[in-house]
Structure formats: C-alpha cells, structure tokens
Design a protein around this ligand. Structure first.
Ligand code: ZN
Length: 375
C-alpha cells in the first residue's frame, strides 16, 4: 500500500473536523472490490463527494463483532461503570464495534448513550441453577421459576437470553445438565414468544440433546458436541460460538477442581484434548460459527484478533474466521453486513490484507464508528 506506517513517535494525520465528510480508499471486504468509500452524516456512500479528506487507505472490513463478551463483569461479579467503560474501550480499540453481551450482572444500558463506545446487544443476566455457576453472576433459580425468569430477561435484553446449560454439580462431582427437558421446552418457547433468541453455556455432552430438542438458537463453547447433534445444528442453522481462546483455560479449570472433583477434572481434560476435532467437525458440517472472546470473566477485553487467529488454527478458513467476527456475525445479529450504500459507517481499516495474514487484525490503522474516526 502507498500509505506507509508512521513511526510510533509521529502523531497520526489529523482527521477531518467532526461531522465533515471524509473518504477511505481500498479493498472493501467481503466483496473484495477496490473502492472509494465516503462517509457522510454517519453513513456509507460510494457517490463521490468533492473535496473530502482521504483519511485511510488499505483493506476496509465491516466493524468487528465479539459474539460472546461480558461488559460489566470481572471474575468476582459486576464492576463499576468506570471499569465497564475501560472494557468497552479495549474492545473498541481492537476493532470490535458490535458486541453480543452474553450475560452481565451490571446494568450497562448507559453505554447506548455513548456514541464512542461499541454497539451492544444484550442477553440480560445469566440464568443458572442455585450454586451451579460462578458466584455473583447469575439469576439463580429452580426449574419451576425458569419461564418467568426467562421472560423477564427477554424483556430486559436486546433479543437474547442466556442460560447456563451445565456446570459442575458438587454431589455428582462432575458436569451435569442444569435443567430438565420440560423446563427448557417451556422456557425457550416463552423466550421465542417474547421475540428473544436463547443461547446456553455448555461445556459437556449431556446437556446438549435437551437444549437442542427444546429449540435453542445457539450454543456457547460446545466442547461436548458430536455426530447427530452437530448434524441437527447444521440442518436447523443453530449457531455455535466456540470461544476458542477460552477453551485454552480448560486445563486450569481441571487443575483447580482436581483435588475435590477428580472425575470433573478428567472430563474437562478430555473435552480439551479433543477440542480441535469437536469444533472442526461442527465447522465442516456447516454449523454457523461466530467469534466470541468470552472477555469479562477470566479473559481480558480486546482479544478479538486473537480469537479469529485461534479459530483459523482449528481449521476454519481465514475468510470464514474473519467473517465469523465481521460480516457473517453482523448478518446473524441483524446488522448491516457488508458496507452497502447507506449503511451505518462502522468499519475498520488495515494497512495490509487480513485474509492473507490474519495477524494484520492486531493492528487496525483506522477505526470508524457511527461515521466518526475514533483511532
Ligand atoms: Zn461467557
């Protein structure tokens, strides 16, 4: 590219005045055509606008999506608005301009009033069985309260509800399904009636058949998937967000549980050992896969590039791995997917082609959100 990278000590080219139109030139993904893209009043146009500043050249990618992220959480539970803001800024500066928040105990609705922070699609707060999830995270309810809790979160969120589908059961000393099949059927049906899709955290094998039979829309992690379940997901378009960076932590969870729960530890290690085969089989079968970092619990924010790079190491093609964090995920979430005429101007520019080398994603050269240059 002609736009050489400035040394770190040199200030960036100043952007145009706030609100004035500007131009970006380069290859627009996923189409792959070289275009001059103009931003006017926060929207994309390809109609030339005279005397606009050229602010970046390179590869132009629709705003990245973190499809499993938790803003407002850390490992102990809800955090202050200041910390939530830092988390959202870390995501944004990595190019994540749309977040599907997969459960947060904090009220982050205020973020919607900030035009410099990513757009957030919330799943409300996690719903778990009592003492069967991380402390301070979830609404903890019994099966007879599941429908009412799901309806409440469907109304509170932005079209998603998050269940904890399995977790360690201290009596069984292993992963166990959280919910009976009839409670799941009623709860997922109720969410759909309220216009919300449902997703579930699932590490193991046993919880999956009932969740899928009950009509769930997405599985998080999905390390217990195999054979018929994968075929069922592919046939019905049930999504998988494998959080591949998070799967690297399974040996740590196993080690932490080893002394008291050796069967659980062995189970987690077995799921970890075959993670590439499991997620690879789902991808090969055509299950729609999206990129989610699972930031906010154990992992820090801003790891979307890492997630995409790690997905590629699981055998996902570079185009599908990036699509899973951009145009494919945007389309799945009902957002403009490919920077068409009139779309909201949310995009990231890179100096080099990320499809040739996904490591390029770690170094965005420009970030444009709601038509504003933010970096
Ligand atoms: Zn999570």
């Amino acid at each position: 590219m002609s736009g050489s990278v400035a040394p770190m000590t040199t200030p960036r080219r100043a952007g145009p005045k706030a609100g004035s139109p500007f131009r970006v030139s380069g290859v627009v993904l996923p189409g792959g055509e070289h275009k001059d893209l103009y931003v006017v009043d926060g929207r994309v146009t390809y109609q030339p606008v005279p005397t606009t500043d050229l602010v970046a050249e390179g590869w132009i990618v629709p705003g990245l999506v973190d499809a499993h992220c938790h803003i407002g959480l850390d490992e102990h539970g809800p955090v202050s608005d200041e910390i939530s803001e830092e988390q959202a800024l870390a995501d944004r500066d990595a190019g994540t301009l749309l977040v599907r928040d997969a459960g947060s105990a904090a009220d982050t609705r205020w973020i919607d009033g900030r035009d410099d922070l990513p757009r957030v699609i919330r799943a409300g707060r996690h719903i778990a069985r009592p003492k069967r999830y991380i402390r301070n995270y979830a609404h903890e309810v019994e099966p007879d309260e599941l429908v009412s809790c799901v309806v409440q979160e469907a109304q509170r969120g932005d079209g998603w509800v998050k269940l904890v589908g399995d977790w360690i059961d201290r009596d069984a000393a292993d992963l166990m399904p959280s919910w009976p099949a009839d409670a799941l059927r009623a709860a997922i049906g109720a969410a759909h009636e309220h216009g919300a899709r449902v997703t579930a955290h699932v590490f193991g094998e046993e919880a999956l058949p009932d969740l899928l039979a009950a009509g769930i829309d997405c599985i998080e992690h999905g390390t217990g998937l195999s054979g018929d379940l994968i075929d069922d997901m592919a046939a019905r378009g049930v999504a998988l967000v494998p959080t591949v960076r998070q799967l690297e932590n399974f040996p740590n969870y196993a080690a932490a549980g080893e002394a008291r729960f050796p069967a659980y530890a062995a189970h987690m290690r077995a799921l970890f050992e075959r993670r590439h085969e499991t997620i690879g089989a789902a991808y090969d079968a055509g299950v729609p896969i999206y990129a989610g970092t699972d930031a906010g619990g154990v992992l820090p924010h801003g790891l979307i590039a890492d997630e995409v790079i790690t997905m590629a190491a699981y055998g996902v093609s570079p185009c599908d791995a990036l699509g899973a964090a951009s145009w494919q995920a945007r389309s799945w979430l009902g957002r403009p997917a490919s920077l068409e005429e009139g779309d909201e101007a949310d995009f990231v520019v890179y100096d080099e082609d990320p499809l040739t080398d996904l490591n390029v994603l770690s170094h965005p050269s420009r970030i444009v959100l709601r038509g504003r240059i933010l970096a």
